[in-house]
Design a binder for this molecule. Structure first.
Ligand code: ME8
Length: 523
């Protein structure tokens, strides 16, 4: 049976336009989706928008429009950006979709039935930017301001429905402890565990509907209350799959892809995903996701990105960078520049440098010189090697980086170590460039007695660059298709990526095509 792979991004708030933070997670999810599809798995890739909550209500009021109008407008920007970045999501969920609202209500009904929620009173602080309840001690440590955006916390005092979260805390601690890959990276896992060990209060899961101007999902047991936006939002990961079944057309998908293989998120929203979400699932006897991976945050040219500084890498800036360098280069850069999980800085100079050294020089130049030599010395037809497996000098240069790539790439992808994966690909490209420099095929070409040897060398180069391109395909689908076409490979090979990337599959006689540089150098 084909293995499934289910990957999700956070669903993004529609209070504001998309930026690099959103693009980053979504590109990472896209690379995972494309990699697993290329390996022959049945992939489901979900993204979407988070449209309820006080933050959206206030943003809409400031603009003098209704929350729905705001959501309908902003969602277009997200969808367009995903098109611009060649994102291959299989579904796009909006929390205002009827399919979602109806299922969230059903989930709440089930919590009521199991006596997992009760009516109480919430008295305390709220971070409206993060849509997060903040304890007195954290609030006072941060001088009653948001730890994320520095805005004043708001005092709430109102009746609210509570979820018995405290009771589930020992169970989630046990789950995190006994499943080391459940929360990643490990530093964040430790943070979550130590916070959990300090004790967890029950969670307020409703807001008074009137305070939200009626914008939200009504609690089915008490329509004067709306479902807390995070309970509403987290549920998207199952509601989009038709879970729970409620008798509509989406039921048919129910459970096919659940549990998620990975929820990709940013570090600021880990607590919700590592604690609230799994506790809610445990309560409902629904299996937990395999992994929640929290990536770091970008700064821009050494400074925190903020609206007041106006230095957000916005959709417009992303579009401009894609025009200048290609969208594939942008996708590549964000995952290559920073180890996934760590914070990183976006700088135009770093982008230009990495583009020139890694894409233009290491990969692009290797392809150009290989194609050029095959064109010149063998009339454009890939020569037959003396042997198709790697031996002698070929093995000396290429066998080790190739083996490392084959052995380590799947693990790197499984651990979201994108930069390391790319590093291993570049090692093979560099080794091949060194191999050309050492074997000097351009000199051998002058000696007709060396023709077979020349053929063997150029075959090895063509194979190495083909393998380099294949491994880069999930990151740069268009550039790789273009690059492979220059090696005469246009038809889609149905074999899984790891099999296509075995040395010796390239048919001698395949006709290469000379063309402009794949990654033109940038000044
Ligand atoms: O949090 N660098 O939505 P959101 C990297 N709706 N990532 C960044 C970033 C930066 N500078 N700034 C923000 C929400 N992000 C909720 C999610 S999921 C059930 C609900 C990331 O639009 C941030 O870490 O505010 C988060 O993962 C994502 O952008 C979406 O943020």
């Amino acid at each position: 049976m084909t293995k499934k792979f289910y990957v999700t991004t956070p669903i993004y708030y529609v209070n504001d336009a998309p930026h690099i933070g959103h693009a980053y997670t979504t590109i990472a999810a896209d690379v995972l989706a494309r990699y697993h599809r290329a390996e022959g798995r049945d992939v489901h890739f979900l993204t979407g928008t988070d449209e309820h909550g006080i933050k959206i209500v206030k943003a809409a009021a400031e603009k003098g429009i209704s929350p729905r109008e705001l959501a309908d407008k902003v969602v277009v920007g997200f969808r367009e950006l995903w098109d611009e970045l060649n994102i291959s999501n299989d579904d796009f969920i909006r929390t205002s979709d009827i399919r979602h609202e109806a299922r969230v209500q059903e989930l709440i009904r089930r919590l009521v039935k199991r006596d997992e929620i009760y009516l109480g009173k919430y008295e305390g602080w709220y971070d409206e930017g993060q849509e997060e309840f903040v304890t007195e001690s954290v609030a006072s440590d941060n001088e009653y301001k948001s730890a994320i955006n520095g805005k004043d916390l708001v005092r709430y005092s109102e009746p609210s429905w509570f979820f018995r979260l405290g009771k589930w805390a020992p169970k989630i601690i046990e789950h995190i402890e006994s499943n080391p890959s459940f929360v990643q990276p490990v530093s964040r896992r430790n943070e979550v565990l130590s916070k959990l060990r300090q004790g967890v209060d029950d969670l307020s899961i409703s807001r008074q509907s009137a305070k939200l101007g009626g914008w939200g999902i009504p609690m089915p047991n008490d329509p004067d209350h709306s479902v807390y936006v995070w309970i509403d939002a987290l549920s998207n990961y199952i509601t989009a799959l038709g879970m729970p079944e409620i008798g509509d057309e989406f039921d048919s998908k129910a459970g096919k892809y659940w549990p998620a293989d990975v929820h990709l998120i940013g570090k600021d929203i880990l607590w919700f995903h590592a604690v609230y979400w799994p506790c809610m699932l445990m309560t409902l006897d629904i299996p937990l996701p395999e992994c929640v991976f929290a990536h770091g945050w970008w700064t821009c040219e050494g400074q925190k990105m903020s609206k007041s500084l106006g230095n957000f890498i916005s959709r417009e800036v992303i579009a401009e960078l894609c025009r200048e360098y290609s969208r594939d280069a942008f996708r590549y850069f964000v995952l290559r520049e920073v180890s996934f999980g760590a914070d990183g800085d976006f700088s135009r100079e770093a982008f230009r440098r990495r583009y020139n050294t890694e894409l233009a020089n290491d990969v692009g130049n290797l392809l150009s010189r290989t194609v050029k030599m095959i064109d010149r010395y063998f009339d454009g037809a890939v020569p037959a090697p003396q042997q198709t497996d790697l031996t002698g000098v070929e093995a000396q240069f290429l066998a080790e980086p190739l083996k490392r790539l084959q052995d380590e790439s799947a693990g790197a992808i499984a651990g979201c170590r994108f930069s390391k994966y790319v590093g291993a690909v570049l090692e093979l490209a560099s080794a091949t460039n060194r191999y050309i420099d050492a074997t000097e095929p351009f000199k051998l070409a002058k000696d007709s007695s060396q023709r077979e040897r020349l053929g063997t060398i150029l075959y090895a180069c063509a194979e190495a660059v083909r393998i380099v391109l294949i491994y880069l395909e999930p990151f740069m689908p268009e550039k790789v298709a273009d690059g492979l076409a220059r090696l005469g490979l246009t038809g889609g090979d149905p074999e899984p990526l790891s099999r296509r990337a075995c040395f010796g599959r390239l048919e001698p006689g395949t006709r290469v095509v000379q063309s402009e540089p794949l990654f033109p150098r940038k000044q």
